[in-house]
Ligand binder design. Structure first.
Ligand SMILES: Cc1cc2nc3c(=O)[nH]c(=O)nc-3n(C[C@H](O)[C@H](O)[C@H](O)COP(=O)(O)OP(=O)(O)OC[C@H]3O[C@@H](n4cnc5c(N)ncnc54)[C@H](O)[C@@H]3O)c2cc1C
Length: 486
C-alpha cells in the first residue's frame, strides 16, 4: 500500500482536518453539524470582520435592523422555523406588504378600491403559477403580463394608463423577490424549481434580528453578544481565501490573502454565487470541471438593496401603512434623462416591525448597483427628492439613513440567486453546483454549500442552512462507511 493510501486510511473523525470557507448561514450550519457528529478538527475561514454573511443584524433605531436576510419564509419543512418554533422568537409581520398605498408621481393616490383590484390580480395570481407555468414557454415577465391583462379584462374598466403603471411596480416588486434585474430574465419553468414552505411567509425576528437564529445554531450564550458558542476558537475572521489547491498530493492547500497557508483533508466552500462568478478562475487550482463552471455561469444572482431611514417620530400618516411609487410616463422620461435616473428602481417604502420610527425602502437591479457607488449624501438627497415628488404631504427630515451595498462588496457581489433563461439554455442547475469533487478513492475533497446550491430553497436562509447540513452529512456518511469497511 502506498504511503498516501496509508495516510488517508489513518484519517478518522478525530483527526480529519476540515476547513469551511465562509461563516455565513451555510458555513455555520456545516461547522456546528460536523462538531455534533464528532468531528474534532473544524476551522472556518471568513473574509469579513464578522460572522453571518448575508445575515447581518445591526443596532439601529430603537433596536436592530437586518441588512440582509430579514424574514423566515414559511413554516412547514423550513429548517429555520422547525428549529425555533417553540421558542417564541418569530412573529407574523403586519400586512403592510399588501395594504400599501399606490401613489403616482403627480402625487395622486390611487383610491383603495382601484388599488385593491390591481393588487388582487397581481398578487393573487401567484398560487396559480404553480400549475400554469408547467406548460408555459417564456419568461416569468411574459407570464405575469399575460395573466395580468387577462384578469384585468374581467373587471369593470380601470384606466389603462394606471393599470400599466401598476404592472410596472408589480414587476419591480416581483423582481426583488427573485433578485433579478427584471422578470424577462427569469425562467418561467425554472421558477417552479423554487418550493414555497407552507405557512406564514413573512415571519420576523421581533426586536432581535435574524442573527438570533445563528446564535442559537452555535449555542452562543445569551448574555454574551460576541460568544461563538460551539464555534469558539474555530473561526478566523478577516481571513480571505485567495486560492484553493484541491488536487495537491493528498491534501488541500488553502492560501489566504494575508499570506497564511492552511492544509486540510476536506474543504467545504460556501462563498456566494457572485463570488464564484467573479473569482472561480483564480480561486481554484486547478480550474473547476466544466459542469461546475457551467453551473456558476448559468445560475444567476442579482442585486436587491435596502434603505433604512430613521425619523424622530413615525413618519407616515396613520392611514398610510406603506407606499409604492407609480411613475407617470412623462415624469419617467424626465427622470431617465437626469442624474437621479436610479430612483426609477426604488419601488416602495414600508415600516419595520417593532421599529415605528423607521421606514425601509427597496431598490433592485442595475440601478441598485449604481446607487451603491454614490455617496450616502447623494443617496439621501435622491430619496428626499422622491418623497417630495410623490407624497401629497411633507415628510419630516430623517435623523439618519443607511443603505446596503451587497453588490459592491467583493465578498458577496450580489444578493441572492434565481433561475434564468440562460440556466435553462445551459441545462444546468443547483445539482451541478452541489456535486462534490472527489479524489480517486471517492473521498470528498472539495465540497460546495450555500444558498445557490440548494435545488429548491435557493435564495433563502433555510436553503443555505440545509446545504451546510447536507455537506456535513456527506462527510459523516463517508467516514461512517469507511469505518464499516475497516
Ligand atoms: C438584501 C437581502 C435580503 C434577504 N432577505 C432574505 C429573507 O428575508 N429571508 C431569507 O430567508 N433570505 C433572505 N436573503 C437571502 C439570505 O440572506 C441568503 O440566502 C443566505 O444568508 C446565504 O447564506 P450563505 O451561507 O449561502 O452565503 P453567505 O451568507 O454569503 O456566506 C458566505 C460567506 O463567505 C464569505 N466569503 C466570501 N468570499 C470569501 C473568501 N474568498 N474567503 C473567505 N470567506 C469568503 C462571505 O464573507 C460570507 O460571510 C436576503 C439576502 C439579501 C442580500
Amino acid at each position: 500500500m502506498s504511503a498516501t493510501s496509508l495516510r488517508l486510511l489513518s484519517k478518522t473523525k478525530q483527526n480529519a482536518r476540515i476547513v469551511i470557507i465562509g461563516a455565513g448561514s451555510a458555513g455555520i450550519a456545516a461547522g456546528t453539524r460536523l462538531l455534533e457528529q464528532g468531528f474534532k478538527n473544524v476551522l472556518l475561514l471568513e473574509a469579513e470582520d464578522r460572522i453571518g454573511g448575508r445575515i447581518h443584524t445591526i443596532p439601529f433605531g430603537d433596536n436592530v435592523v437586518d441588512l440582509g436576510g430579514q424574514w423566515c419564509h414559511g413554516e412547514k419543512g423550513n429548517v429555520v422555523y422547525e428549529t425555533v418554533k417553540d421558542l417564541d422568537l418569530l412573529e407574523a409581520t403586519e400586512d403592510h406588504y399588501e395594504t400599501f398605498k399606490c401613489v403616482r408621481s403627480n402625487k395622486e393616490v390611487l383610491p383603495d378600491h382601484i388599488a385593491d383590484q390591481l393588487k388582487d390580480i397581481a398578487f393573487k395570481s401567484i398560487p396559480d403559477r404553480q400549475t400554469e407555468l408547467l406548460d408555459f414557454t417564456g419568461t416569468l415577465g411574459d407570464y405575469c403580463n399575460q395573466k395580468f391583462w387577462k384578469e384585468l379584462a374581467k373587471l369593470p374598466p380601470i384606466d389603462l394608463t394606471i393599470a400599466k403603471e401598476f404592472l410596472e411596480i408589480f414587476h419591480k416588486f416581483e423582481a426583488s423577490v427573485e433578485a433579478a434585474d427584471h422578470l424577462y430574465e427569469v425562467s418561467a419553468k425554472g421558477h417552479l424549481d423554487y418550493w414555497l414552505c407552507e405557512g406564514e411567509l413573512l415571519l420576523n425576528w421581533r426586536d432581535k434580528g435574524y442573527k438570533s437564529f445563528l446564535r442559537l445554531l452555535m449555542k452562543a450564550r445569551e448574555d454574551h453578544p460576541e460568544d461563538l458558542g460551539v464555534l469558539k476558537g474555530r473561526v478566523l475572521l478577516n481571513r480571505r481565501v485567495s486560492q484553493i489547491n484541491w488536487l495537491a498530493e493528498d491534501e488541500v492547500i488553502i492560501s489566504c490573502c494575508n499570506g497564511q497557508v492552511i492544509t486540510a483533508d476536506h474543504v467545504i466552500c460556501t462563498v456566494s454565487l457572485g463570488v464564484l462568478k467573479e473569482q472561480h478562475k483564480q480561486l481554484f487550482m486547478p480550474g473547476l470541471p466544466l459542469a461546475k463552471v457551467r453551473a456558476i455561469e448559468g445560475l444567476k444572482l442579482g442585486t436587491v438593496d435596502k434603505f433604512f431611514l430613521e425619523f424622530e417620530h413615525p413618519p407616515l400618516p396613520s392611514d398610510w401603512p406603506a407606499f409604492n411609487c407609480l411613475w407617470l410616463r412623462e415624469d419617467l422620461d424626465e427622470l431617465r434623462a437626469s442624474e437621479l435616473f436610479w430612483l426609477e428602481s426604488v419601488f416602495g417604502f414600508y415600516p419595520v416591525s417593532k421599529q415605528p420610527r423607521i421606514l425601509q425602502g427597496w431598490i433592485i437591479g442595475p440601478h441598485a448597483r449604481h446607487m451603491e457607488t454614490l455617496t450616502e449624501e447623494k443617496v439621501l438627497e435622491g430619496l428626499l427628492w422622491l418623497f417630495r415628488k410623490f407624497l401629497p404631504f411633507e415628510m419630516p427630515h430623517p435623523k439618519r439613513m443607511l443603505r446596503t451595498q451587497w453588490h459592491a462588496n467583493q465578498n458577496f457581489r450580489g444578493s441572492y440567486t434565481f433561475r434564468s433563461t440562460y440556466t435553462d439554455e445551459l441545462r444546468t442547475g443547483a445539482w451541478d453546483l452541489e456535486a462534490p469533487l472527489l479524489d480517486v478513492g471517492g473521498r470528498p475533497r472539495l465540497q460546495f454549500a450555500g444558498e445557490s446550491s440548494h435545488k429548491h430553497y435557493y435564495s433563502t436562509v433555510h436553503g443555505a442552512v440545509e446545504t451546510g447540513f447536507r455537506e456535513a452529512n456527506r462527510l459523516n456518511t463517508y467516514y461512517r462507511s469507511r469505518t464499516a469497511q475497516l
